[in-house]
Design a protein around this ligand. Structure first.
Ligand code: UT7
Length: 323
């Protein structure tokens, strides 16, 4: 049985770090409020010349290097983003061109903070369906460019960055002892669209718009939706929370992460946290966290890794994979 195995990973962050203390100078907020409510201590903000495509390209190059591959070895590029460089063409084809890749195909996936989970699921389906042998999956965002910097309830929460993995077709035995993606579970419910959305777009206002969020409402749904979809991933594989070596959650808010882990019975030591360093980088947050834990040796070959996310739409999902 063909499995989609992670062969490489990489990240890219903007040069500029903005601490909570620095935000205090321009926003009616405090380091204490932000840390207490979210766990965020700093975020990276893109400067001139830094875009979703440039960050995604850098993360993609790093993942290719780690995998010992070049763009010539890749069949498909999938970019998860809600902050593309342009309305079209897709950021993925922009990155394809920047990587000097003129074969295969590239496209974007837009599922907001769940984007990376959706993109991995899509890549896995392409690989298992025989349409591709290697897929470069990138989560890249510049949310700073769609924030309303006068709205303290949202502008302190988000940051910019990119992370990437190379997924490769490898033969498995067809059991859950295989390396690679073992199950992927996706959900969405558009009834919640107005709880987290951008108030502009090409077909409505003709503008880019700004992010709007009813934070408390999103928070209220988050833990239940995340844990439900993870239970589906356990049901599909026969695993339980005890089998999970690493939970690598979407990094929106430490209280949501802690609440979900507690409800599932996954101890704190097995949860990868980067929200303190990056803020919420939407589709980039999981690959940024995954790479951090793989780079420092926490995640080792053979470990069972659980990815989960929930975000605008609402969209949510979980992927269980063996590293
Ligand atoms: O990626 C997935 C999408 N996003 C999320 O997962 C976010 C989900 N939501 C959250 O993380 C939380 O709801 C927030 C962090 C956004 C807010 O935390 P909260 O505990 O739900 O606070 P709240 O919205 O209930 O606001 C509490 C108070 C309010 O003041 P009053 O009305 O009680 O006087 C706010 O005006 O905190 C005030 N407040 C702030 N104070 C200082 C709101 N934003 C700020 C701020 N600094 N930046």
């Amino acid at each position: 049985m063909i499995r989609s195995v992670v062969r490489g990973f990489g990240t890219a962050l903007p040069k500029r770090v903005v601490t909570n203390a620095e935000l205090e100078k321009t926003v009616d907020t405090s380091d204490e409020w932000i840390v207490q409510r979210t766990g965020i201590r700093q975020r990276y903000i893109a400067g001139e010349g830094e875009t979703t495509a440039s960050l995604g390209e850098a993360a993609g190059r790093a993942a290719l290097e780690k995998a010992g591959l070049t763009a010539a070895d890749i069949d498909v590029i999938i970019v998860a983003t809600s902050t593309p460089d342009n309305t079209f063409p897709a950021t993925a084809v922009n990155i394809q061109n920047r990587l000097g890749m003129h074969h295969g195909f590239a496209f974007d996936v837009q599922a907001v903070c769940s984007g990376f989970v959706y993109a991995v699921t899509t890549a896995d389906a392409y690989i298992r369906g025989g349409l591709a042998k290697r897929v470069l999956v990138i989560g890249a965002e510049t949310f700073s460019r769609i924030l309303d910097w006068t709205d303290r309830t949202t502008c302190v929460l988000f940051g910019d960055g990119a992370g990437a993995i190379v997924l490769e077709a490898q033969e498995g035995a067809g059991t859950t002892a295989d390396r690679g993606v073992l199950t992927a579970q996706l959900r969405s419910d558009g009834a919640h669209r107005e709880k987290l959305y951008v108030d502009g777009g090409p077909s409505t206002t003709g503008t880019v718009g700004h992010l709007r969020m009813e934070g408390r409402e999103v928070f209220k749904h988050a833990v239940g939706m995340i844990t439900d979809v993870i239970v589906s991933a356990f049901d599909a594989t026969g695993f339980t929370a005890d089998d999970v070596d690493w939970l690598v959650p979407h990094q929106a808010n430490k209280r949501i992460i802690d609440g979900s882990a507690r409800k599932l019975g996954i101890p704190e030591e097995k949860v990868v946290i980067t929200v303190d360093l990056h803020g919420n980088t939407s589709a980039a947050s999981i690959p940024l966290a995954l790479a951090a834990a793989a780079e420092d040796g926490r995640i080792k070959q053979g470990d069972l890794v659980l990815l989960e996310a929930m975000g605008g739409g609402f969209t949510w999902g979980a992927v269980l994979l063996r590293w």
